[in-house]
Design a protein around this ligand. Structure first.
Ligand SMILES: *Cc1c(COP(=O)(O)O)cnc(C)c1O
Length: 247
């Protein structure tokens, strides 16, 4: 990047390029088309100045976890052409309106109650909302998402997905997962593989929906996730740097 850019913009630009290059390498290793993998830069807890630097570095897919924090930032930034916001965190039903108002993608749909709320609000807003079903394939108790670690739970999820699929203003596009945290990303591989298998199961059981997207992989394990079929990776600290401690 040219000299003359603020150092933060140059740093983010270089880290973004480096992550992209690693995604491309991982895609080629596994015989996949790198063009089908979208990199979502996670800006949760980052101040607006860092997001502005990310925009100057050319980033146009941003992920946020907290609806109210995101709304403040989105309003502060104003209209940015081509910018897409991805909701990747747990959303309480009473905050569903913030998702419909501000977000292009909802990765973390985890209940029929929330789906019905989003449906009503999307209908009122005259829009359709692309959604992914967040799945907890590890069985770890602390995680959000649909329980999806036993065959019975997979069957139950297919029933739930049929109900969501029937909502005319929501479009199911696939699945999302957040595996347990490991220092070594390789250890997340079995969970990414399980999500891919669950996606094939859903495609068979609920063929009316599209199941082509797999949102998986963070700073520590995105290369492994790409090798296992990720189409959306969610990378924060490896691009924007560490998040400031809670104010
Ligand atoms: C924070 C977060 C990420 C990004 O994590 P990093 O370690 O910063 O890359 C991705 N997905 C979800 C759901 C998150 O909460």
């Amino acid at each position: 990047m040219d000299a003359g850019y603020p150092p933060l913009v140059a740093e983010i630009f270089e880290r973004h390029q480096s992550v992209r290059a690693q995604i491309e390498a991982a895609a080629r290793r596994s015989g996949r088309d790198p063009g089908l993998i979208r990199l979502v830069v996670v800006s949760k807890k980052q101040p607006v100045e860092v997001i502005r630097a990310a925009l100057s570095a050319g980033i146009r897919d941003l992920g946020e976890n907290y609806a109210e924090e995101a709304e403040q930032k989105i309003q502060a930034l104003g209209v940015v052409p081509g910018l897409r916001w991805h909701m990747i965190g747990h959303v309480q039903s009473r905050k569903a309106d913030l998702v419909v108002r501000h977000f292009d993608w909802m990765h973390s749909l985890d209940s029929l109650k929330l789906a019905m709320r989003l449906e009503r609000l999307a209908a009122e807003a005259g829009r359709r909302l692309p959604v992914l079903l967040e799945c907890n394939v590890s069985g770890e108790v602390s995680k959000f998402g649909y329980a999806a670690s036993t065959p019975q739970q997979w069957e139950a999820l297919a029933v739930e997905a049929r109900s969501i699929q029937a909502l005319p203003h929501l479009e199911i596009h696939g699945l999302m997962t957040m595996p347990p945290f490991f220092e070594d990303g390789e250890q997340a591989r079995p969970y990414f593989r399980l999500l891919r298998e669950l996606s094939a199961f859903m495609a068979e059981k609920v063929p009316q929906a599209r199941w082509q997207e797999l949102s998986m992989g963070t700073s520590t394990d995105f290369s492994v996730a790409v090798e296992e079929g990720a189409t959306l990776v969610r990378v924060g600290t490896a691009i924007l740097g560490s998040r400031p401690p809670n104010a």
